[in-house]
Design a protein around this ligand. Structure first.
Ligand code: NAP
Length: 364
């Protein structure tokens, strides 16, 4: 492959090449196994457009959505702008924490050197572009690794608790999937809203969920949260894919169910059928049954930043993998081993002796 810069083929001088290229994870086709479809390569740095910044990425992180974007499954995700037949973006990374390197046209409120965190495209790389609408100044008290764990999962948890669950002080809140990326934030946020929180997770993660402030923890391998003993004002269903009837049994007659996610093998709908049924049923019952797609916005990142800086919220970082082990990081989450978030750190560039191949960086 030839050297390229910003997607254009050509041969810049060696010194310029070093300045204008970067190490990045690259994906050419959709596939379910990260080890098969991801590789590391030397590629062109992206250029920020109007309303965007180029970020020197210090860390990124993995969530379940990383796999969906990488695999192109379920199929509707391809229609959501990630590429119909092959991935539109160079890699499936979306979270980032780093420093602004360059600012696109139009004055964006950020200047080179600013530490930021948020959501961009192809963030498993030394440099990535992010819209200013989906980044914010990084929490002063966090490391890059910790800040990179926050964006997608933290925003999702905040909106689930505050906007869709409408959690209020004193309410009984059940968080199913309390030990994962979204769940570890959701438990803490529901506590920050002064709710009485019950977390559901597997045996080895009970201590973690309790340490986040959960008042009660149910080990789903030993007990059933829908055994009729307790009903909840709000249920946040983040993991496990419980049947709708079970969830409704555990909900008070006027309670709110928020279906955040849940993994299935369905290639066509991937569990979304459960969410559709909930929405169809909701008008015919006193219970509110709903779902949502998280909004990526800087105002909510600022809210999270305030909570993090005030020590009312912690980013639970399980494992940290270097960039060239991004596939292993995704595998860690896929295998259900993650306790909180899995982070990908992007070390300073190794200039000499790099065993990396070149790639025609025609994707962003
Ligand atoms: N709506 C949105 O906009 C949005 C945004 C982000 C994510 N999501 C979705 O939210 C879901 C969670 O994402 P994530 O990144 O937090 O994933 P994750 O880190 O892998 O966490 C998954 C959670 O599910 C739990 N779980 C697995 N089997 C379970 C069972 N049988 N019963 C109860 N809990 C079980 C796991 O707990 P144990 O291992 O302890 O069992 C873990 O806490 C995914 O489906 C993702 O696609 C949706």
């Amino acid at each position: 492959m030839t050297n390229t810069q910003h997607g254009k083929r050509g041969g810049p001088p060696a010194a310029a090449t070093e300045r204008q290229t970067m190490r990045a994870v690259v994906q050419d086709r959709y596939g379910a196994a990260p080890e098969d479809v991801l590789r590391i390569a030397q590629t062109g740095r992206p250029t920020p457009g109007a309303g965007e910044v180029l970020v020197r990425v210090h860390a990124s992180s993995v969530d379940r959505g990383t796999w969906h974007v990488m695999a192109g499954l379920p199929y509707p995700i391809r229609l959501a702008g990630f590429g119909l037949r092959r991935p539109k973006y160079a890699n499936p990374g979306r979270n980032l924490a780093g420093t602004v390197d360059a600012v696109g046209d139009g004055g964006t409120g950020f200047t080179p050197g600013d530490a930021v965190f948020g959501i961009g495209t192809s963030t498993f790389a030394e440099y990535a572009v992010a819209p200013t609408a989906t980044i914010a100044a990084m929490p002063a008290t966090l490391t890059f690794d910790q800040a990179a764990a926050v964006p997608v999962s933290g925003l999702t948890a905040l909106q689930a608790v505050r906007d869709h669950g409408r959690v209020r002080a004193g309410q009984a809140v059940l968080v199913v999937g309390a030990s994962g990326g979204v769940g570890t934030f959701a438990v803490q946020l529901a506590k920050a809203f002064d709710a009485e929180v019950t977390g559901v997770c597997s045996t080895g993660k009970v201590d973690l969920v309790r340490s986040l402030g959960a008042d009660h923890v149910i080990d789903h391998t030993r007990a059933d949260f829908a055994d009729g003993r307790r009903r909840y004002d709000v249920i946040l269903d983040i993991g496990g894919n419980a049947r709708l009837a079970r969830l409704r049994r555990a909900l008070t007659p006027r309670g709110r169910l928020v279906i955040v996610g849940g993994e299935t093998d369905g290639r066509l709908l991937g569990g979304v059928d459960r969410q559709l049924r909930a929405m169809v049923l909701s008008p015919f019952t006193g219970q509110h049954l709903g779902t949502f797609v998280a909004s990526e916005n800087s105002a909510d990142l600022m809210t999270l930043r305030e909570l993090l800086e005030a020590d009312r919220l912690t980013a639970v970082v399980d494992e940290v993998y270097p960039l060239d082990q991004a596939a292993a990081a995704i595998r860690h989450v896929l295998d259900g081993r993650a306790r909180g978030k899995v982070v990908i750190t992007v070390p300073e560039r190794r200039v000499q002796g790099s065993p990396l191949e070149h790639h025609d960086g025609n994707q962003r």
